[in-house]
Design a protein around this ligand. Structure first.
Ligand code: THU
Length: 140
């Protein structure tokens, strides 16, 4: 799903979108529901939630769900992602999601919010130093 960000207050649009999609998470095993809202450089918002599976490794994180939706819609570059979870402290994205996101947005702003409203911000560049990127394949 995508919609335009309100340029006057992009954070509130992204936070609301992440909160809404978090409610749709399928997390019967971990009971840890996550919502993510990814903003493209063109100002569109793409959302994803975690989708778990009885075969545990088949589950997917909220961030990669949002990214897949965005790429399928034709977006290719991103400004920020807002993540909402029920954790006590703001949860940073997992390693696999950091790697997935760095392919398209090395300077992504990562904002994580608890359902209680605590917020943390990082740069993806800080969360994933020395990333493996498309240029790492240059001599393959
Ligand atoms: N999860 C996410 O959706 N995003 C993250 O960045 C961390 C973890 C999900 C995966 C799994 O469904 C649940 O949270 C517990 O790990």
């Amino acid at each position: 799903m995508s919609h335009a960000v309100n340029s006057e207050n992009p954070m509130s649009v992204l936070t609301e979108a992440a909160r809404t999609v978090q409610q749709r998470a399928w997390a019967p095993y971990s009971k840890f529901r996550v919502g993510a809202a990814l903003e493209s450089t063109e100002g569109k918002v793409f959302t994803g939630c975690n989708v778990e599976n009885a075969s545990y490794p088949a589950g997917i994180c909220a961030e990669r769900g949002a990214l897949a939706s965005a790429i399928a819609s034709g977006a290719r570059a991103f400004v920020r992602v807002v993540i909402v979870s029920d954790a006590d402290t703001p949860a940073p994205p997992c390693g696999m999601c950091r790697q997935a996101l760095v392919e398209f947005a090395p300077a992504l702003e990562v904002v994580s919010i608890t359902t209680g409203g605590q917020t943390a911000r990082w740069s993806l560049a800080d969360l994933l130093p020395f990333p493996f990127t498309p240029s790492s394949l240059a001599h393959a």
